[in-house]
Design a protein around this ligand. Structure first.
Ligand SMILES: Cc1cc2nc3c(=O)[nH]c(=O)nc-3n(C[C@H](O)[C@H](O)[C@H](O)COP(=O)(O)OP(=O)(O)OC[C@H]3O[C@@H](n4cnc5c(N)ncnc54)[C@H](O)[C@@H]3O)c2cc1C
Length: 611
């Protein structure tokens, strides 16, 4: 860090005591260290800390390890001064080579929020050039697509009125979009072979997991069909249990930042495809139950009435399982979503209720304990059923924002809302409040003042009867069932830099990440019809605060058909050397972007739409 008007004063940085002089104003520029080829992004020419939007608590951060270099003197040293860490010599050298050598500079590697970022301390006007071909010399030579920095992002609450006028000029024009894609053209997919398309479109991690579970069931040599059925049913239920899902995400996101990219991609893919295990074990349970039913009909001995009762129960359960499995086929589930959900819920309950009368006969088998665990899992969300007060901020005829004040919520969690919890269940992404920016971004603030206020919001767009009613006649109370569940956006923290692609209200789940990860190196591509008018200024400001150069596309102005999201996403990936693309959109666009990226060698993640 570097006092605004003074030359660098190295002794002022008392890294040894792990303190920074807090009372000063700093001009801070961030360099986000790319994992590959030492690529870097930012800062732009003339960018200040305000433009970089470092978290307000940056100045409080105490470095765990710092490295600084003082220009030409570096070559006279065998080691660069470092504090509290292993020798940074190798990376130092490369880093040093990658920047202009004309002036003294200080670099400190500081933890910012949850992440470590390179914080370069220098005059804000300096342009740094990496050696790599994917340099951001090109980035700094006028690649700022949109001049979004001019917008004021300090007041995030301002959703009302005609303020969207403020954002006239926010959205990219056709020419700007074309320029971006011309600079980084979308390569054609190499050798469009049938099996390759098949691989990327159909042989997904979800299906791999499903197949693995099915195959392992076939390989398991057990004669105890009841145990196998129970184990599979328990797995099926656990794969939909909120805390189990949260735990998987927690494990994946706990991977250290230095973990090789391939491992992080693999972990991310496994994590958000956990539904494959749910589907695979459900099908296995059906198969095992059929075996069990055959064995029971052959071996059961009892009075005529007992035989009839047992046969009726087993046959009833087989019918239920078959119906649940068939109705869960993606095409049926998508078309008759509400019916599918009701059948899944009440069918599942009925199956479990039918087994309980036989519990005594299962007492000596593990199946009994599986049954108990399954029952607890089914009851759990209902034990947490709450009727919460809610207020709505009407944004437009297409969207509203519901405000909850009952609690603060961790990043990237979804909740299930209903007017009548017995009949419906609608999932939405929660958006934690962003911590307020200090009045002057450059000044240090008390840590407490940057704490986000209690509560969270959800963004809702008109997608059917339930959401339409919420928009036009919002309730004052609403039912919330179960615990908040982590969603796919959580995996964004594994990749840096990252490109986030959202359409319409898909920006809601993205904000859940953006509001809680200020400073995460990322670019946002958001395509929506009249974004500020439809979703309000608050949403736009939150987007700009996370990425001042966000590419916001107004499909009302440029026409949906003319927007090539795959091409734009790819251009942004190239521009910042992103490690991955995260997409939140409808199933069609999600599939297109994920396929378009993966076929070009870019990791991409989007929801699997299996519930
Ligand atoms: C994990 C997850 C969480 C979600 N959470 C929420 C939530 O909390 N609240 C909520 O309301 N919805 C949520 N959704 C639903 C999701 O936001 C919508 O399916 C999606 O974003 C489409 O938005 P839409 O329904 O407004 O309409 P759409 O018609 O699907 O699209 C809206 C706009 O997107 C743009 N667009 C669409 N297709 C293209 C294209 N091919 N090229 C360029 N622009 C395009 C257009 O401007 C269009 O007007 C979630 C989805 C996922 C996967």
């Amino acid at each position: 860090m570097y006092p605004t008007r003074e030359p660098p004063q190295l002794p002022a940085f008392n890294f040894g005591r792990k303190t920074l002089p807090e009372e000063r104003e700093y001009t801070v520029t961030t360099w986000i260290q790319g994992m590959q080829n030492f690529d870097r992004i930012g800062p732009q020419l003339g960018q200040s800390s305000r433009d970089c939007l470092l978290p307000p608590d940056t100045a409080h951060i105490t470095p765990t390890r710092a490295e600084y270099y003082t220009g030409p003197e570096y070559f006279g040293r065998r080691r660069t001064p470092s504090f509290g860490g292993r020798s940074p010599l190798r990376s130092t050298k490369r880093l040093y080579n990658s920047v202009s050598m004309s002036a003294p500079r200080v670099l400190a590697r500081l933890p910012v929020s949850e992440q470590l970022v390179w914080v370069g301390i220098d005059e804000p006007t300096r342009v740094y050039r990496p050696r790599s071909s994917r340099s951001w010399s090109s980035l700094s030579s006028g690649s700022t697509l949109l001049n979004n920095e001019k917008y004021d992002v300090t007041d995030l609450d301002d959703d009302f009125g005609d303020f969207h006028e403020e954002y006239a000029g926010l959205c990219a024009t056709q020419e700007q979009l074309r320029a971006l894609q011309t600079r980084y053209p979308l390569p054609s997919i190499p050798g469009e072979k049938y099996w390759k398309s098949l691989w990327y479109r159909h042989i997904t991690a979800y299906r791999w997991l499903m197949a693995i579970v099915l195959l392992s069931n076939l390989l398991v040599m057990t004669t105890v069909a009841a145990t196998a059925t129970g184990a599979n049913l328990l797995t099926t239920t656990l794969m939909r249990q909120e805390h189990v899902i949260n735990f998987f995400y927690h494990l994946a996101c706990a991977l250290p930042r230095r973990t090789p990219l391939g491992v992080r991609k693999f972990a991310a893919r496994l994590t958000y495809n956990y539904g494959g295990v749910h589907a695979g074990s459900a099908m296995s349970a059906l198969l095992w139950y059929v075996v069990y039913a055959i064995l029971v009909s052959r071996d059961f001995h009892g009075t005529n009435a007992q035989v009839k009762a047992v046969s009726a129960i087993t046959a009833g359960i087989v019918v239920l399982f078959v119906a649940l499995t068939v109705l869960s086929h993606p095409s049926i589930r998508r078309r008759y979503h509400n019916q599918w959900e009701l059948s899944h819920r009440y069918g599942g309950w009925t199956a479990v209720a039918l087994v309980w009368p036989l519990a005594e006969t299962l007492l000596h088998l593990p199946t009994f304990y599986f049954l108990v665990a399954i029952t607890i899992c089914l009851l759990y969300p209902w034990l947490r059923l709450k009727r919460l007060p809610v207020s709505a901020t009407y944004l437009s005829t297409h969207a509203t924002r519901l405000n909850f004040t009952d609690r603060t919520i961790p990043t990237c969690r979804g909740i299930r809302l209903a007017r009548n919890p017995l009949l419906e269940n609608h999932g939405f992404a929660t958006i934690p409040h962003a911590p307020p920016l200090p009045p002057n971004n450059l000044k240090t603030t008390q840590a407490s003042s940057s704490d986000p206020e209690k509560g969270y919001t959800i963004l809702i767009s008109n997608a059917g009867d339930f959401t339409r009613t919420l928009i036009h006649s919002p309730p004052s109370k609403i039912w919330l069932r179960g615990a908040p569940t982590t969603g796919v956006m959580r995996l964004s923290s594994l990749f840096r830099p990252l490109v986030i692609v959202a359409t319409g209200s898909g920006i809601g789940p993205c904000l859940s990440f953006l509001n809680t990860h200020h400073g995460h190196p990322l670019r946002v591509l958001w395509s929506a019809r009249c974004p500020a008018k439809t979703y309000g200024n608050g949403v736009v400001r939150e987007v700009l605060r996370a990425d001042p150069r966000a590419v916001v596309v107004d499909t009302g102005a440029v026409g949906c058909a003319r927007v090539n999201l795959v091409g734009l996403a790819f251009a942004l990936v190239r521009e910042v050397g992103a490690e991955a693309v995260m997409v939140i959109s409808n199933p069609k666009v999600t599939g297109e972007v994920v396929f378009g990226m993966e076929r070009r060698g870019v990791a991409a993640f989007g929801a699997v739409f299996d519930s």
